[in-house]
Write a protein that binds this ligand. Structure first.
Ligand SMILES: [Zn+2]
Length: 91
């Protein structure tokens, strides 16, 4: 994340130099994760669920082995972890 800090008469002005994050912590565009199945490394954008605060509702499939995984976001470390999708998929 890149933020420019400028001092003005009225105080500090923070200018974000990249895309506007949708939360106050500032989202990265991409987070490095590893596939829990084949351990392939790739990166992942935060999901809409992550941005709404449902940090454990992310999910996706591995670009390498195509297995489904859960992607959890951890705001305290600003990172993501992946977990094998164990839940039965219900549609
Ligand atoms: Zn994989």
């Amino acid at each position: 994340m890149s933020i420019e800090v400028k001092k003005t008469k009225s105080g500090l002005v923070l200018t974000k130099t990249n895309q506007e994050p949708s939360n106050s912590k500032g989202w990265q565009d991409r987070y490095d994760i590893n596939c829990p199945y084949c351990l392939e490394g790739f990166d992942c954008a935060p999901s809409i669920f992550h941005m709404m605060g449902a940090y454990e509702l992310g999910g996706g499939s591995c670009p390498s082995c195509k297995e489904m995984m859960e992607i959890h976001f951890h705001p305290e470390t600003n990172s993501m972890t992946t977990h094998k999708a164990v839940r039965e998929s219900v549609h």
